[in-house]
Design a protein around this ligand. Sequence first.
Ligand code: KG4
Ligand code: ZN
Length: 337
Amino acid sequence: MKQSVTILAIESSCDDTSAAILRDGEVLSNITANQEVHRDYGGVVPELASRAHQQHIVPVVSKALKKAGVSKHDLSAVAFTLGPGLIGSLLVGVSFGKGLALSLNIPIITVHHMKAHVLAHFIDEPKPSFPFLCLTVSGGHTQIVLVKDHLDMEVVGETIDDAAGEAFDKTAKMLSLSYPGGPIIDKLAKEGNPLAFKFAEPKAHQPLDFSFSGLKTSILYNLRKEKEKDPDFVTKNLPDICASVQHTIIKILMKRLTLAAKQYDINDIAIAGGVSANSGLRKTLMEAGEKHGWKVYIPQFQYCTDNAGMIAMTAYYQYLKGDFASFDVAPKSRFKI
Ligand code: KG4
Ligand code: ZN
């Protein structure tokens, strides 16, 4: 009888502590603890994130095992995110993963966080067929990835400065909204007019690359000018401002994605990462799919933002290839695909 493969995966690269159990390619549980401590700071505070991971990691792993009905003695391997991410956050998952694997005498699998965002598409049906393009948009990254196989990916376009998620979060901060700003702007945008205000759409040197820092400056100057005329400008126009900012970010993203699809002659198009939870982006992608004859792939909400399910899925493909890591491996805050 074929022996089954059971993997415990841990994700701790930023501000979510997550654990998942996978058996033979199926994610049985995916438990995530969010960190409320960053809410009032307008962004993730690295030291607070590391401490919160320390508090969450044991309960989160226990819950994931329990929900899956799996004992730690059934595990074939322990997987964890090696990078990219915040070093203090990564260290918690890496150290815990190594310690547990050592105690159980099983191998470890180190996973690339951005590859895992792409492979979130292999958790559910329908699964994309190769090659496909994935727009991975998160708080730290914005990339167009040409996916040739599960573990063979090439970044064909990326941001030269801020990430799309950062554009959402920094705008939210300017509007005195809490962190993370993306979901709040998404909600408020539903009530607003996306064409109410116009903001700059900065271009990068390479046509498939992105630039968001100029957009941030454009929003800042616009708000400053309007507030000089009317100090209550933001309160009076909040939904319209949110809808217009979101519309501009989506326009910037979709332009590059459409160009990449044409350039690489690919009709299988996916989105991934925290910003792929954005309802405006999801809707625009579906409309673009109909217009261009694309097959579009949009992950379930729980697999858009950081989660260990996607780490488990990636680790499974690595397991099948025998791609195990040495126990002297150390986390990498910067890590190319
Ligand atoms: O992938 P993720 O959870 O963490 C990173 O690896 O960065 O992405 C987090 C980012 C944050 O910037 C957050 O504001 C953004 O995803 N985000 C959203 C939405 N949900 C999360 N942005 C826009 N609309 C949303 N609904
Ligand atoms: Zn992420």
